[in-house]
Write a protein that binds this ligand. Structure first.
Ligand SMILES: Cc1cc2nc3c(=O)[nH]c(=O)nc-3n(C[C@H](O)[C@H](O)[C@H](O)COP(=O)(O)OP(=O)(O)OC[C@H]3O[C@@H](n4cnc5c(N)ncnc54)[C@H](O)[C@@H]3O)c2cc1C
Length: 380
């Protein structure tokens, strides 16, 4: 019997496994998918690198990013990301190597990897029984780290509705790379297209709310962007859902209960503006482990930690989202990026995950970009 069974060995699950095993718990980490590429940009900002150590990104072949080019219609602005002190502010990694490295670190700490898919879960006599494609697993506590379609979530809570999901679609362009990321804002569907360079390919993609879009027009937009901006390379299509919760859904979330917790995408912990989820996956995995190791009422302790450390930021993002993606605001953003070093500094910090949304208003005030601030915050 294990102390904890973790279903899903992505960043959330392997980080929870690492911290729990290091704290002395007997942990089973169930995932049949490795080694595998996960459909993802693979952008790992400074705040996520701080949780795993930038050596993990380097060891897993992450590309250090020097600049970000923002575009809207025919206008562009470039923001330098390289830190004057030489600190890495954004790396882009292949999820095949990054996630494998995190699993190895969890195993080195003592977690037992069970390379089997979990196909059913039930509770019996105070223990969770997990049926897998291989041997069954039993544990006293269950962590669901199995992504947006989480089986654990479906068993202990309810699955995400379509309005709480985005669909992402795009192409890996093999044989091409860079040290710059590209962000091209799109008015319809409102959002942005990204091109993130991995060591031997670009991950180009775009996403839209699942209740208003299908993947065919998204792929068409990506293909057109690649035709115009990338020369050479061979294309491989990908698509995947991303949780993208509204403010109301975030407030209604129940991330834990008697004997269970949800972490990462399975808990809907993704920035609804940028769809950045790796940091929140790593952090929630760590918070889940800390709550379990502290002993008394871990489910309540975890919910409280999320309320302190993660929900306020995601709720602030959900509230800003509609205003942020208005074409009028994006046009203003690009012209401010072109002429104002202070706005470029704010944007660099946002990309690195070092500028929280809840202090953005005060930071923008100090840039004297009054119009930008009022477009984003006034009379909400
Ligand atoms: C196209 C796209 C681009 C993105 N770009 C970025 C980005 O650039 N930066 C960023 O920070 N975030 C990005 N995200 C979000 C990011 O990918 C996720 O938020 C992150 O992977 C969440 O980590 P996780 O560990 O919660 O889940 P996942 O990474 O999804 O891992 C879940 C794991 O569970 C396993 N699993 C599922 N079901 C079972 C089962 N029944 N039994 C056993 N194992 C199971 C899966 O195989 C998988 O290994 C992007 C997402 C998409 C779709």
């Amino acid at each position: 019997m294990f102390d904890v069974a973790i279903v899903g060995g992505g960043p959330a699950g392997s980080r929870a496994a690492f911290h729990l095993a290091r704290g002395g718990a007997r942990v089973a980490l169930l995932d049949d998918s490795h080694p595998r590429e996960k459909p993802c940009g693979g952008g790992i900002p400074a705040r996520a690198l701080a949780l795993v150590g930038s050596s993990v990104a380097a060891l897993s072949g992450g590309v250090p990013i020097e600049s970000a080019r923002f575009a809207h219609l025919d206008r562009t602005a470039t923001v330098q990301l390289a830190d004057p002190a030489g600190l890495l502010r954004l790396a882009v990694a292949s999820r095949r190597s990054f996630d494998s490295r995190l699993v190895e670190i969890a195993q080195d700490a003592g977690a037992v990897m069970v390379p089997s898919r979990t196909i059913d879960i039930h509770r019996e006599g105070g223990a969770w029984r997990l049926a897998t494609r291989g041997e069954p697993v039993a544990a006293r506590f269950l962590i669901g780290a199995d992504g947006p379609g989480s089986l654990v979530r479906r068993r202990v809570a309810s699955p995400f509705g379509r309005r709480d999901l985005s669909i992402a679609a795009g192409y890996y362009v093999h044989g091409v790379t860079s040290t710059q990321i590209d962000i091209a804002f799109v008015d319809e569907p409102s959002g942005y297209l990204w091109s993130f360079p991995r060591p031997n390919h670009l991950a180009v993609g775009i996403c839209a709310q699942a209740d208003v879009a299908t993947s065919a027009p998204l792929l068409e937009l990506c293909a057109r962007w690649i035709d115009t901006n990338v020369s050479g390379g061979t294309r491989e299509r990908y698509g995947w859902p991303i949780p993208s919760l509204t403010e109301g859904a975030l407030r209604a979330e129940r991330p834990s209960g008697d004997g269970w917790m949800l972490v990462g995408d399975a808990a809907g912990l993704v920035d609804p503006i940028t769809r950045e989820g790796i940091f929140f996956a790593l952090r929630s995995g760590q918070l889940a482990a800390e709550s379990l190791l502290q002993g008394a009422d871990p489910a309540a302790a975890y919910a409280e930690r999320l309320s302190d450390a993660i929900y306020p930021e995601l709720i602030a993002a959900a509230r800003l989202k509609a205003r942020f993606y208005r074409p009028r605001f994006i046009a203003l953003l690009i012209s401010s990026l072109q002429r104002s070093g202070r706005i470029r500094a704010v944007m660099a910090d946002l990309v690195a995950g070092e500028q929280p949304y809840h202090t953005l208003r005060g930071r923008l005030l100090r840039t004297f970009e009054v119009r930008m601030m009022s477009e984003l915050f006034a009379s909400r």
